[in-house]
Design a protein around this ligand. Sequence first.
Ligand SMILES: [Fe+2]
Ligand SMILES: [Fe+2]
Length: 191
Amino acid sequence: MADDYKALIKGMMGKKRFIHSCNVADMCVRLAEIFGEDREKAYIAGILHDCRKEADADTQKREMMSAGYYIDPAELASKSTWHGIAAAYYVRHELGIEDRDICDAIRYHTVAHAAMTKLEKIVYLADLVSAERDYPDVEKYRAYALKDLDDGMYRALKWSIGNLSADDKKIPVCTVEAFNYYMDKRKKKGD
Ligand SMILES: [Fe+2]
Ligand SMILES: [Fe+2]
């Protein structure tokens, strides 16, 4: 099954994004092994997370609006976030994947939310620290993720919100709620 999805996405995207998707899936499996999540679910969510990124904008929008999720105005305003919601629609309705956790992990991989499931955190963080990522400090963020998923989320959200605000981009409410949630969780752990 997992190999079928790998072959499927190969025909849906360019080489660079295919390599990224494979690396995210591999990182998802690595995190699943460390933190006790189902390896196959992690692989499937990882390999499919960007499967609609290269669909045209109209298709992404149509699938997004049919997905049955609440969509924040900041997401509607930012085309780069549409593919996650469109992909959640696609995997459920076109591929027949009924597993809610897999669909939600794909839906929230760009924006996060408070109190995420283990699989959701794994996909969000794997996307950020997959093997081909080469932004400054990626090794630092990779180490945070491999050590503690909640601390990894806190660090990643802080970084992401900083980047969004620096670029005058709107921040979805669920992303702010995620930051508040993981900041509180970190403080509680430190007490
Ligand atoms: Fe993505
Ligand atoms: Fe991605």
